[in-house]
Design a protein around this ligand. Structure first.
Ligand code: SAM
Ligand code: TMP
Ligand code: ZN
Length: 409
């Protein structure tokens, strides 16, 4: 095996690297002052399997390092996402959770942002969430949750205790799980004969189209396409029966999977796969071209930030996102170029960004005084952040975006 190759986690085929972001820290671990010398690093490189076309990381970070009691991401922190998940839950309740005493399992239920609505409807449910802190938040609100990693053994236990699930749902979680074989065997053990496994994750087609390269980080082990998900589902006796493009997090796809032969697939599945084939999403050359663009955009960002700083402007970051680790550590941007970043998450405030060690301050302090420019790492929450910080632009401040490329808003 060459150093720029690995073995596919799905099919055992050869994964060929198309981009290397170099040495990267855990994206969602924000060190305190006395933890700065103690960070975990790994090589963030991404490749595609020559056999099943699944795009995946070449190195896997142990799950217990990433999903710990103090996992800081709280899904309910964004109003738009709260609305998105309330609407998602209502749709599942109206279309799939309709029989007698239906049962809904969510993988990666986090702080209960989706299951809250299922609970309100009086529907039997169970979240499976390994990060204890967020699981406790949802439990305190009356959401049923098991603090565990979803895998085959967990799924079998749940099936034994609660019976079959009509819906197994996950958002922004399935792409976090390298051991997808175990997940599919678990879904097989847990899902009712006519049940559905529905999950939504960042879509490779959008990542390439919008150059949202910072969606690539330790937790995002897989970057899915309809084609790679369909092939994977088939391997485990399932079938991809529907796809829906979603505008959240820069562009995602919601995949609906059923047991093979149980549901009539929507024409949307074939249409999306045909579009992916037309766009060459499974061609290494397309992915290498994307890599070249990532490199260009990152070097351009550094050059423009230096230029603005040297002209005497004060530039800060906004949104201590997990995504920001990729761009900051790849481009080598530290406190000399970006003295601090503002965020609304209490657990992140007073800590540092991983790897770059840029201090995180409370969004409350953003206005005191406003900077000249704010580089927006939470670009997926652009409208919400701009509405919250309307006064910043009124007073002459400008937002800087780096996806799809450097732009002063
Ligand atoms: N579903 C929420 C959302 O979309 O906002 C949370 C997404 S968060 C990025 C990923 C979540 O998946 C974390 O809360 C993490 O603890 C959880 N997770 C990671 N591996 C898991 C596994 N094997 N089983 C269940 N949850 C897992
Ligand atoms: P995400 O991009 O992974 O969803 O993370 C968004 C981060 O941005 C999270 O740390 C919360 C923060 N944030 C703000 O600081 N202000 C805001 O208005 C919003 C919506 C998010
Ligand atoms: Zn493969």
């Amino acid at each position: 095996m060459e150093p720029n190759e690995s073995t596919c986690r799905i099919c055992g085929g050869r994964v060929r690297e198309f981009f290397d972001f170099g040495r990267q820290p855990l994206s969602d671990h924000f060190p305190s002052e006395d933890e700065l010398d103690d960070e975990f690093f790994f090589r963030l490189a991404v490749g595609m399997c020559a056999t099943c076309t699944m795009v995946q990381l070449l190195e896997e970070v142990p799950r217990d390092r990433m999903f710990r009691y103090d996992y800081p991401y709280h899904s309910s922190g964004s109003e738009r996402m709260r609305e998105h998940f309330a609407a998602t839950a209502r749709r599942l309740i109206d279309t799939e959770l309709t029989g007698q005493d239906p049962f809904c399992v969510e993988i990666g239920s986090n702080d209960g942002v989706m299951l809250r609505t299922v609970r309100d409807a009086g529907v039997r449910h169970l979240g499976v969430e390994p990060s204890g802190g967020v699981a406790d938040v949802s439990r305190a609100e009356g959401v049923q949750v098991r603090t565990a990693f979803f895998e085959e053994s967990t799924a079998r236990e749940i099936a034994e205790q609660h019976g079959p699930a009509n819906v197994v749902y996950a958002a922004n979680t399935i792409c976090h799980i390298p051991y997808l074989d175990s997940v599919f065997r678990g879904v097989d053990a847990l899902l009712a004969p006519d049940g559905v496994f529905v999950f939504e994750d960042p879509y490779l087609g959008d990542i390439i189209e919008k150059n949202t390269f910072d969606q690539i980080y330790d937790e995002h082990f897989y970057l899915f396409t309809a084609r790679s998900v369909s092939t994977t589902a088939q391997r485990f006796g399932f079938e991809l029966v529907d796809v829906e493009r979603l505008p959240v997090h820069g562009g995602e796809v919601r995949y609906t999977i059923a047991r093979a032969g149980r549901r009539q697939p929507s024409p949307r599945v074939g249409e999306l796969i045909a579009e992916e084939n037309r766009r060459g999403l499974a061609d290494l050359t397309t992915l290498e071209k994307f890599g070249a663009q990532v490199k260009r955009v990152c070097w351009d960002l550094v050059a423009r930030l230096r230029e603005l700083r040297d002209l005497g402007f004060y530039i800060v970051g906004y949104g201590a996102t997990a995504k920001s680790a990729t761009v900051l550590n790849y481009a080598g941007i530290g406190p000399d170029l970006l003295p601090c970043v503002y965020d609304t998450t209490p657990a992140k405030i007073g800590r540092r960004l991983p790897g770059s060690h840029i201090p995180i301050r409370s969004a409350e302090e953003f206005r005191a005084p406003y900077p000249d420019y704010a580089l927006l790492f939470a670009w997926n929450h652009l409208e919400e952040v701009q509405a919250r910080e309307a006064e910043f632009t009124k007073q002459g401040g400008r937002w800087i975006l780096y996806v799809p490329e450097f732009r002063i808003g």
